[in-house]
Design a protein around this ligand. Structure first.
Ligand SMILES: C[S@@+](CC[C@H](N)C(=O)[O-])C[C@H]1O[C@@H](n2cnc3c(N)ncnc32)[C@H](O)[C@@H]1O
Length: 364
């Protein structure tokens, strides 16, 4: 698999991930005769060849720069062409951990979609593991097939991945009774696929499953299907991202706090008095205007607008965070407004003993 190899320098024919900006990464096939263009100018591939991965590459007009990075499944997830919704690295990491996907693990995945998850699994399980992935959408299947071939993931090019064009809910997974250690279902109706898994769970060790669904109703359906078929340790987890920031908070001593409160009180009283005075002034000037109006009989309304201005803020001055003239303590702040929900993760385990029990109940 190309994503598992590391090298120092960019070569003609490489697949690189171009870092264009903080939220913009794109795949770039390096071909000596091509030029990449963006708003900062032209970046001839010939000038990229021989550069170190990670090095800054300036446009010919020196108006901007990009970085070329070696693709990893994590970078691929950020750069890949989206054909569907995808699974992102925080969820992928938890799924790997809970399904115990590691070097040599055999995994079933459906559907393949944009293959964000497939790349991660294929890299993790390595040459001794296997990924059996299924996609029923013809165009997505063809695109994934070509991509997996180019990325040297397919079995027939020395990789570890079998991609099958099939509706797993209708036709099941594999025709042979291949056993796997882990199953990942990212489908609209996983509960329809779950009954087809009985041929692929291990007899001698546990098999773990994860269903990735955006709606809680889907999770309920899948959990029922798993329970009915003897899966246990059923639990649901939602990965919630929170952004933590290391900040400084000023230490305010009791004397300073009391002075501040006194200042607030003093200003409030001053404010009341000033407002009262102005109201009285306004009333008397209104009365004068009324008298004049009455005198001239012209009736032009000259009632004065309140000239009261807002009180100055109580804080004496802006203090820069970390200003050396004050005492500070280190704190962690969390951004609670970050929207993060992608899907719920439903996990379960199939124990070998349960399978034996089922066999005993149903007879030979
Ligand atoms: C959300 S996408 C999967 C995204 C993928 N996990 C990723 O990280 O890129 C779901 C995919 O499942 C496929 N699919 C839906 N039902 C299916 C079925 N019964 N059999 C096979 N594939 C199916 C869809 O065509 C779609 O491509």
């Amino acid at each position: 698999m190309v994503f598992a190899d590391y090298k120092q320098r960019v070569e003609n024919g490489d697949l690189a991930v171009a870092w264009i900006g903080r939220n913009k990464l794109i795949p770039l096939h390096i071909e000596a005769e091509k030029t990449f263009h963006n708003q900062y100018g032209a970046f001839p591939h010939s000038e990229m060849i021989g550069k170190r991965y990670g090095e800054q590459i300036a446009s010919t007009a020196k108006q901007g720069f990009i970085y070329l990075l070696q693709p990893t499944p994590e970078l691929w997830t950020l750069a890949l062409p989206h054909r569907t919704q995808i699974v992102y690295t925080p969820d992928i990491a938890l799924i790997h951990q809970k399904l115990r996907i590691t070097y040599g693990t055999r995994v079933i995945e459906a559907g393949t979609g944009s293959a964000s998850m497939s790349h991660a699994i294929s890299r993790t399980v390595g040459p001794l593991g296997r990924l059996f992935t299924f996609e029923y959408h013809a165009t997505r299947y063809q695109t994934a097939l070509q991509e997996f071939r180019e990325h040297e993931m397919l079995i027939d090019v020395g990789g570890n991945t079998h991609l099958t064009h099939r509706d797993v809910c209708k036709d099941g997974f594999l025709d042979t009774e291949v056993k796997v250690d882990a199953i990942f279902l990212d489908l609209p109706a996983p509960w329809e696929a779950i009954p087809h898994l009985s041929n692929h769970v291990n007899h001698d060790k546990s098999t773990r499953i994860c269903c990735f669904s955006p709606c809680i109703e889907q999770i309920q359906h899948s959990a029922e299907a798993l329970r009915e078929l003897g899966w246990c340790d059923i639990e649901m987890i939602e990965v919630d991202y929170k952004q933590w920031a290391a900040r400084k908070s000023r230490i305010v001593h009791i004397d300073e706090a009391i002075d501040r409160l006194k200042e607030v009180k003093r200003r409030r009283i001053e404010g009341f008095e000033r407002r009262k005075m102005r109201r009285e002034q306004n009333l008397s000037s209104d009365a004068k205007v009324e008298d004049q109006d009455n005198d001239s009989m012209l009736g032009e309304n000259k009632s004065s607008v309140s000239t009261e201005t807002a009180l100055k803020p109580v804080t004496n001055k802006r203090i820069r965070e970390g200003d050396g003239n004050y005492e500070w303590t280190d704190v962690a702040r969390v951004d609670s407004n970050l929207k993060s929900h992608t899907s719920y993760l439903l996990f379960a385990v199939h124990l070998p003993s349960q399978l034996d029990k089922q066999n005993q109940e149903t007879g030979p």
